[in-house]
Design a protein around this ligand. Sequence first.
Ligand SMILES: Cc1cc2nc3c(=O)[nH]c(=O)nc-3n(C[C@H](O)[C@H](O)[C@H](O)COP(=O)(O)OP(=O)(O)OC[C@H]3O[C@@H](n4cnc5c(N)ncnc54)[C@H](O)[C@@H]3O)c2cc1C
Length: 292
Amino acid sequence: MYPASFEYHKPPSLERALDLLTSLGSGAKCIAGGHSLVPAMKLRLIQPDHLIDLSLVESLKGIRRESEEIVIGAMTTHWHVESSPIVRSMLPSLAIAASLIADPQVRNRGTIGGSLANADPAADYPANVLALGATMICKSATETRAVAAEDWFKSLLTTTLRSNEILAEVRIPLLAARCGAAYIKVPHPASRFAVVGVAAVVTLDQAERCAGIRIGITGIGEKAQRGYLAEVALRGSSLQRREVLDASLAMSDAFDLDEDVLLDVQDKRYLCSLTMARAIHEATVAARKHAI
Ligand SMILES: Cc1cc2nc3c(=O)[nH]c(=O)nc-3n(C[C@H](O)[C@H](O)[C@H](O)COP(=O)(O)OP(=O)(O)OC[C@H]3O[C@@H](n4cnc5c(N)ncnc54)[C@H](O)[C@@H]3O)c2cc1C
């Protein structure tokens, strides 16, 4: 199906894009890689009157280190995240997550900002930004707003981004010493979206017990979420396999899951708990190696 007709704008700067967004009002939508928006427009699920193409806005692209944070511009493609030497060395689990998205065609067009603004419940970045404690920086013509990842995802395909705002960048704190991160994904065999994806960040104390843990889960509800129950159960523990598995099973039992075309609810719970246990285990191994 063809999309409904719309007017196309290609501003050269963020300021111009924000002016357009303000003056055109709620009938306007930004387009980044178009890999989620265009299919939705073709199905007429979304019918914007105006499309604001962000591809010329250089200030929204690129990856840099700023003090104790990695800053990723919203228009940075999945491929750039996956192949960035900064991300690979300092946030390796995020580089792995990006490399697991779809196929090279999608990774060369799709952007981190587009994925986070779209908030697909089976997308890969949401679990990772939750576990890594990222902050989204949103800009309007008059204001800059920082939103913690916990507060970003509201419901199915819905975030706290306002209609007059552009997601400008994602700020991710560097992993401290004795801190390790991992992302484990079970991909859907056709779309490659996550059937279940779990990101875990583990911090160990001097005695190699769990001083802190953050878990982000994708694929198990209308939005990505934190694994709070498992985090509480594991904090202070020695992260032995049995403890990790028990906490992951209890966490998965607590999710309100729907049957889907691939798995019934019990199988999905089981898959979720095993994926979570594996992510926590790999993050723990990474934390032991990062004991500087
Ligand atoms: C075949 C296929 C397989 C895929 N598999 C996976 C997968 O395995 N894992 C995964 O995570 N994703 C997957 N995706 C989704 C892909 O990662 C998309 O790139 C991503 O969801 C959207 O990014 P985009 O840059 O294409 O955004 P667009 O489609 O251009 O935009 C998506 C939404 O975000 C808004 N938007 C975009 N950028 C901004 C911004 N800077 N500020 C404000 N609003 C903005 C748009 O208005 C729109 O509402 C797949 C997509 C396809 C087509």
